[in-house]
Design a protein around this ligand. Structure first.
Ligand SMILES: NC(=O)c1ccc[n+]([C@@H]2O[C@H](COP(=O)([O-])OP(=O)(O)OC[C@H]3O[C@@H](n4cnc5c(N)ncnc54)[C@H](O)[C@@H]3O)[C@@H](O)[C@H]2O)c1
Length: 311
């Protein structure tokens, strides 16, 4: 089976490529390397450096059986500052992927929405039905759900939407303007620097480990019950930013206190996934927070810190 991954040089895309290659899938990938890093693209991927909005992508979809569309502009504060570019990459880019898949007769398109779609929800855990997007990023993601539905309705295109909560693990992007909290804290603390908390640290997030997410990716390829459906992917347990700091400090014993800075615009106070729909397919996230943090620390110690020292 030949699988296309967009955003293959990014965090989830590169981990998914590893996962699929280890199971003998034929993997082709594209990325414009805007945020992603070429060195992260696993060996064995037929890699193309191209933008998802380009018409040049169409020929790459010939002979592809399934697509994972992960490329996106996804730093919420960057998206707040650049609504036009957010819409261009996240909406136009996604429609261009649906179009490329339709033209090539690709059997299935699995694409990334986001838990940000539930920003305005007050139901916790949040089921798939309770969408309430506020930020430009969330609005761009929810718009793709309507295009996906229209592609299904008018062209019979088979799509599956994945609403990731806070995915973490090796290769999580630490280079962006506001890096994700887990990689940012680990890198700071391992370097003897105080971790920065935006706001008072009470915001709660549902963190799910990338290997567990890959198990669900595998289910979407094998199980026809996922056709035309939307799934929350989280751990169904949430932790505050301060909890993450304390958990890391209990492992690393640095004695470093956090620095509190201004809160970030556009971020929800809490998220928590209702994963009962995905669980009905036999999916169960297995990696608890402590194990996921230990794995992340090991990765950063071996792969990230040496490159930072060189700089
Ligand atoms: N990581 C999470 O916790 C999380 C949560 C919710 C949703 N998501 C969604 O999952 C997907 C993957 O997220 P990630 O964490 O791996 O992000 P990432 O930033 O690590 O990877 C995204 C990749 O897309 C590429 N890209 C961006 N714009 C592009 C363009 N115009 N053309 C081609 N490539 C482009 C980037 O270079 C990058 O390599 C995204 O759609 C994101 O919105 C992620």
């Amino acid at each position: 089976m030949k699988v296309m991954i967009t955003g293959v040089a990014g965090f989830i895309g590169s981990n998914l490529a590893d996962f699929l290659i280890s199971r003998d899938f034929d993997v082709i990938g594209l990325d414009n390397l805007g945020y992603g890093v070429k060195e992260q693209v696993p060996e064995g991927v037929d890699f193309h450096c191209v933008d998802v909005r380009s018409k040049d992508i169409y020929t790459l979809f010939t002979g592809v059986d399934a697509v994972f569309h992960l490329a996106a502009k996804n730093c919420i504060s960057d998206c707040q500052d650049n609504p036009v570019e957010t819409a261009d990459i996240n909406i136009t880019g996604t429609v261009n992927i649906f179009e490329a898949a339709r033209r090539a007769g690709v059997r299935k398109v699995i694409y990334a929405e986001s838990s940000a779609i539930y920003e305005g929800s007050s139901i916790f855990p949040t089921p798939e039905i309770d969408t309430n997007p506020h930020s430009f990023y969330a609005v761009s993601k929810v718009s793709t759900a309507y295009f996906s539905e229209a592609y299904r309705r008018y062209y019979g295109q088979n799509t599956t939407a994945l609403r990731y909560f806070n995915v973490y693990g090796p290769r999580q992007d630490y280079r962006r303007t506001i890096p994700p909290v887990i990689s940012a804290f680990i890198i700071a603390m391992l370097q003897g620097q105080r971790p920065v908390i935006h706001g008072d640290g009470s915001k709660k997030r549902d963190f799910v480990y990338v290997d567990d997410v890959n198990e669900f990716h595998h289910i979407t390829l094998k199980d026809n019950r996922t056709d035309g459906e939307t799934y929350n992917l989280g751990y169904e347990k949430n932790y505050s930013v301060l909890d993450i700091y304390h958990e890391l400090e209990s492992i690393l014993n640095t004695g470093l206190e956090p620095i509190f800075k201004d809160d970030l615009p556009g971020e929800a106070q809490e998220n928590l996934a209702d994963i009962s729909k995905a669980s009905k397919l036999g999916w169960e996230p297995k990696t608890d927070l402590r194990q996921g943090l230990l794995n992340s620390i090991e990765y950063i110690q071996e792969n990230v810190l040496p490159t930072l020292v060189e700089i």
